[in-house]
Every structure is written in structure tokens, then in C-alpha cells.
Design a protein around this ligand. Sequence first.
Ligand SMILES: NC(=O)c1ccc[n+]([C@@H]2O[C@H](COP(=O)([O-])OP(=O)(O)OC[C@H]3O[C@@H](n4cnc5c(N)ncnc54)[C@H](OP(=O)(O)O)[C@@H]3O)[C@@H](O)[C@H]2O)c1
Length: 428
Amino acid sequence: MKKINIALVGLGQIGNYLFNELNKKKKDIELKTGKKINVVAISAKNKNKKRKFKINKKIFYKNPLSIFKLKKIDILFECIGLSDGISKKVVEIALKKKIHVITPNKALISKHGDYLSKLAEQNKVNLEFEASVAGGIPILRTIKEGLATNKISKVYGILNGTCNYILTEMENSKQSFSNVLKKAQILGYAEPGNPKLDLNGYDAFAKIRILSSLSFNKNISKQNCLMEGIENIEFKDIEIADQLNFRVKLLGITELINNKLFERVHPCLVKKDSYIANVSGVMNAVILHGDPVGETVLQGEGAGPGATSSALMSDLLSILRGNIKFPFGLSNRKRKFVSSYDLNKYTNSLYFRFEVNDKPGVLSQITQSLAKRKISVERLIQIPDHKNKKASIIIITHKTNELDANKCLKLFKTNKNILKVPTRIRLF
Ligand SMILES: NC(=O)c1ccc[n+]([C@@H]2O[C@H](COP(=O)([O-])OP(=O)(O)OC[C@H]3O[C@@H](n4cnc5c(N)ncnc54)[C@H](OP(=O)(O)O)[C@@H]3O)[C@@H](O)[C@H]2O)c1
């Protein structure tokens, strides 16, 4: 039976769990692939750190780069994280040394995926990153293999479990964003130190870039076409959305409009009876439109050591079963550049919430500004706060384009009766 040497770099939440899985599932892997795996090197920053699962200190390397000098490695798992620095270096060296690489690192792949996949192709090894998008949901392999000959026109979904948990919990517990964020941090659903990259849409955008690339056979895009997070969503918005029969969800969306690529991540108002509105808590879901397959939906746990390790193990088995595969489904030479859709042309209905001084004439000032940019009102709700002589004005517009909406928001900035930047949520 062929023996396969494995190195595992990074023993944090994911790496440590994976180490345990690799040892636990050896027999199953042998049965399914005919190959015997052996973890011959592990690496993390701190050798003496207490970890959830026992590690073998005899094979521990403080510097992951020294592994290459001392051991013969066939497959390397990179589980450190971040787009640059040591994680990029380890992956780069491994590929150049003709070692297969598996990583859950979406920051690395969304930034350097084109370059690294070229390296993998030149060196005739695999670079697998199923776990980088939507955790345990096998969406990348579904696009690359299960739906290989479909013409995909649109992919969208809930790609960040932290944000989905916060929005769901705000609705259920009727608590503020900051209270629910604290709860998410205690439960381990949000980073304790700096949860910014989840909350501002960056994490979901990195995943959208990878999805676009695979779905449309193109290079990874470099522009942040439209990236907004959930930091400005207040409980008030969730409550009003509920009254209007909507729910607020952070969606990642990528589609081709007239052969132009339109990638975006932003909070959306989705109809309560839609499928996506009912994906709750830390769950992720991806919905894909393909021809001839039609609409395909995949839902599951988008993060956490169990779900992520499940995807990492599927990458491992794919490599062990043989064949060198192009990381993005086709040769780099064949992947094309697709220019971006002009965001200003994007037309949509909008939800605006204005916090204003409760004075006569303020409402008409707002509607006049909207009319100036040819934005018409479909629904209007006014919620007075008599005690503080303030009011919330909620407007749902008819379809309008981003250019007019942005110009209108600029007009509001100069209005002293509007007390803060209005909240805008796009309808989906
Ligand atoms: N957590 C999730 O639910 C999840 C889901 C999907 C994908 N991912 C991705 O999985 C990757 C790992 O995430 P994680 O949550 O496991 O991160 P983590 O808990 O912060 O673990 C990072 C690991 O890297 C090690 N490390 C840091 N610098 C190092 C260096 N210079 N040399 C060697 N090791 C070093 C750390 O060592 P010490 O332990 O000694 O500090 C730690 O073991 C990231 O790319 C992340 O985006 C995570």
C-alpha cells in the first residue's frame, strides 16, 4: 500500500481538529483510497500551548519552513490564515517543491489564487481550497465537477455565519447589534479581538471572488464593486422589516449582466417567505442558477472546526484518489478576464431610514430631495418619538439606480434636520 506523508501547518481551531480527524480516519481513508496516510510534521507558533486535541510533540516544528528541509512531504495542509506572510510563503514553497496543497484560507486564495494556481499547474500538483467557501458545504466541487458543463449565470447566498447569527439573534432576542455581537463573541461565533472582517463584508467578498472565478471560468477579480457589512443595521431596521414582511440578510451575490461581472456583498431585505430568508443562525446557503440544471440550493454549516475539516478531508481524498486537477477547473491559460459591470447602473428598490427632528416640513424636504433625483416613493412610514421631539421616517422607493441614490444621499448630508446618515438597505 502506498504511503503518503502529510504536513499540517497551523494547529488552531481548524488545524488542531483536523489533526485529530486525520489520525481517527486513517483506516477509512485506506479503505476508500488504497493509500496509507501518515502525519510526519506539524507546526504552530507555540509548542507548549494547551490544545483541545492531543498533538505529537515529536513531530512539532516551530518554523514551518524547516519542515521542507527535514522531511519528505507529499501533501501539505496550510491552516494558519491571512493572505500574506508565512501562510503564502509555505504554500508557494510547497507547490514549487511539487507538494500538493490543501487550504481553508479564503484570504490567501481570493488574493493570490491566480498566481498560486499557476504555480500548481506548472508543477503538476493539486491546490485544493474547498473549505475556503461556505465551510462544510461542498459548493466548489459541485461547481467544478457536479455541474461541470452547466452555464452558470448567477450565484448568491449567505456566506458569513457570524453575520447571519447576529441578524437572526437580533430578530429573535430583540436586542441591539452591540449586545448580540458580545453574545456571538462569547459563543465563539465572532472573533473575540477584531470581528471587523466578518462584519464589514470582507470575508463574504473573498468567498464571492472565489465563487465567481469558478462559476464564470475567469480570473479572480481585483475590484471591490460593492461591499457593505452589517455594522450599521439597528434593531429598529429588523423590527420595521418584520412589519413589512421582510427579513434583513447579508447576501453575497455574483452574476454576469450583459457579459459584465457584477459582484457584491451587502445587507438585503428579503421576502420572509423566500428560501434565503429562512436560513437562520450560523447556517450558510448557496443558491446557483445554471443551464440546464436550473436552480440548485446547498445549505449547511459555514464555519467551525467540524464542518471545515469535513471539506479539508474531502480535498484530501480527492488528491489521494488521483489525477492532477486544475485548481479553478480549467487551465490558467483558458481562464479569461471579464470586465466589471458599472455599479452606477444597478437598479433596485431601496429601504431608507431617516432619523429626523420632528418638525413640520421635514418630511417634504426629504421627498423633494428624492424627487429631484427622480426617485419615487412606494411606501412611507413615520414613527414619532414625542418625548425627544424626533421621528424615524422609513421610505421604500420604487426602482432607482445607484447613481441617483448616492447623489440623493449626498443632498441629505446638508440637511440639518436629518440627524445621522440615513440607513440604506437594498431590496432583493
Ligand atoms: N475557524 C473557522 O471556523 C474557519 C472556517 C473556515 C475557514 N477557516 C480558515 O482556516 C484558517 C485557520 O483558521 P483558524 O480559525 O484555525 O485560525 P487560528 O485558530 O487563529 O489558528 C491559526 C494557527 O496558525 C498558527 N500560526 C500562526 N502563525 C504561525 C507561524 N508563523 N508559524 C506556524 N504556525 C503559525 C497558530 O499557532 P498557535 O496555535 O501556536 O498560536 C495557530 O495554530 C484560516 O485561513 C481561516 O480563514 C476557518
